[in-house]
Design a protein around this ligand. Sequence first.
Ligand code: DGL
Length: 269
Amino acid sequence: MSKATLPIGIFDSGVGGLTVAAAICRLLPHEHIVYLGDTARLPYGNKSVATVQRYAIKNAHFLLKQKVKALVIACNTASAMALEVLQGITDVPVLGVITPGAQAAVKASKSGAIGVIGTVGTIRSNAYQNAITALRPDARVVALPCPLFVPLAEEGFMHHKATELIARTYLTPLHHEDIDTLVLGCTHYPLLQHIIAEIMGPHIALVDSANTAALALHNALSTRELLTTARKPGARTFYATDISDRFQEIAQSFFGPGFGTLEHLDLTE
Ligand code: DGL
């Protein structure tokens, strides 16, 4: 069997990475994907680097056992803390979402004043700050953790008053920073994009990693001649370490009612 027919492995701590998986399926509809949401151990965003690396290695080992031809870390926190570690344990290409997010931000920003919101772990790692200034050395990056956004998104509070109030509390200080672009530096945040956009106003471009990460994956597969030549829609297999109705609802909202198969996975020691 040719390597190009193998699936693409994608993991996140929960449902947020489905935003990246959906972008990958839009760009590469004939590829098979295997998605793992580590919902039992979510959130990653407030955990130590050592713990997130340990979880990321477990997730990667599971996906590598499924014989994936590439691995996408669809979680900003795990990308910030474990990209190099995972690149060191396998020969398949391993891609994170930080550099794609930084590329999207630098492309969108005219002034170079760029806001980044993410989990405590992502912001503390300085990964976005470093990736943005590596691409544009004169950029001014204002980084802000928004830790309550993840549980709100996981809870399905996309249109809830509580989410609006919390978002206003977090984001209002950014109005004094004169930014023209805001990176949604956590895969869960695009699920709250409508609320964030309303608070930030029309003059601030909101960007996330999903589309640029899908493009980076396309390029990585294409250079290695690993793009499938199949012309049928690819199979979508989803695993979650804790299955909830919410996971199914959100997967359905992205991929439709027949979104693929969803199986429970036990990744405990
Ligand atoms: N999806 C993760 C990220 O992109 C955040 C969720 C979590 O804290 O586990 O950073």
